[in-house]
Design a protein around this ligand. Structure first.
Ligand SMILES: Nc1nc2c(ncn2[C@@H]2O[C@H](COP(=O)(O)OP(=O)(O)OP(=O)(O)O)[C@@H](O)[C@H]2O)c(=O)[nH]1
Ligand SMILES: [Mg+2]
Length: 292
């Protein structure tokens, strides 16, 4: 099976730092992308989070299929993992503060009994690159203090931010893991912009995307690229060639692939969820059964 092998040194360092900080923070916000909640979960982070209060925050819910997002929340909550979904570019993030207070209720009560009222709750925000950590924290502190950008690897080092009287928040650099055992995970991460574009072939990602949208949103695909029925039912390579031609790129297949990827990232083909909860939850249950 093809495995993408790469792991920049700064991510190894960021993982070490995250491990160190776990000892001091009260709670962790583990950010995942609502369009691919499991594929955007870094197994190494999940591993170090054992026994630490944590909340799974599904970001970019405005880009994902709302029904699937709700199913994911239900699934996580049912498996004892507190979860919320947010759009950090719009609306209130009070839901996160509420969830933090909820998860830490016992600890906060004990602090109060001991008369420690002034201690702030310290929160570390972790997740893969470009998942929206800095955007979410800026929103929570109501200031643009952390740098954000529509590409992976914007935050280079940790930064503490203060939110109101009660919270202090730690922004961290995005961390991926050294090997994607399932190549599909790498393709999903690339399509949604979590991996630097230079690290994958546009046409591989475009072909994966075509297969997905042909099945899930054929009408949108057909309308946007003015594809005939024959072009829709042709092989994915031929459909991509038709898209390239219809976009006016003649036979510049790479530009066709880039256009499709950019369009999907900009939501021109609508909201979508690449990780289906039922399939993945089913797989987990099967695995659990095998381990029993
Ligand atoms: N639509 C939408 N876009 C979001 C949301 N949250 C973040 N973004 C966008 O996602 C991009 C990445 O956001 P960042 O906050 O820089 O992501 P990050 O996780 O800090 O990334 P690194 O620092 O590179 O690890 C930016 O273009 C944000 O505007 C969201 O909830 N919805
Ligand atoms: Mg950042």
């Amino acid at each position: 099976m093809a495995v993408i092998q790469w792991y920049p040194g700064h991510m190894a360092k960021a993982l070490r730092q995250a491990k160190e900080n776990l000892k001091t923070v009260d709670i962790v916000l583990e950010l995942v992308d609502a369009r691919l909640p499991e594929s955007s979960r870094n197994p190494e982070l999940v591993n170090i989070l054992k026994n630490k209060p944590a909340i799974i925050v599904l970001t970019k819910m405005d880009l994902a299929d709302p029904k699937e997002t709700q199913r994911w929340i239900n699934y996580y909550e049912a498996t004892g993992q507190p979860a919320v979904a947010v759009d950090s570019t719009n609306g209130s993030l009070k839901v996160i503060e509420k969830k933090i207070n909820n998860v830490l209720a016992d600890k906060l009560e004990k602090r109060q009994e001991k008369g420690i009222k002034s201690k702030k709750i310290s929160v570390m925000c972790i997740g893969i690159p470009n998942v929206g950590k800095s955007t979410l924290l800026n929103h929570m502190v109501k200031k643009n203090v952390a740098s954000v950008g529509d590409k992976p690897g914007v935050t280079k080092k940790q930064q503490w931010l203060k939110a109101g009287k009660n919270l202090q928040l730690l922004d961290t650099p995005g961390i991926l893991w050294p090997k994607f055992e399932d190549p599909l995970v790498g393709q999903k991460l690339a399509l949604t912009g979590a991996i630097k574009d230079q690290l994958f072939h546009d046409d591989d990602i475009a072909l994966y995307a075509l297969e997905f949208f042909k099945e899930k949103a054929p009408q949108k695909l057909q309308e946007r690229y003015r594809l005939t029925n024959e072009e829709m039912t042709a092989s994915d390579v031929d459909t991509l060639l038709a898209i390239t031609k219809n976009a006016g790129f003649r036979d510049d297949y790479d530009r066709g692939a880039q256009r499709l990827i950019q369009d999907i990232r900009k939501q021109k083909l609508g909201r979508y969820t690449l990780d289906p909860v039922l399939q993945i939850a089913g797989r987990t249950t099967k695995k659990e059964k095998q381990n029993d």
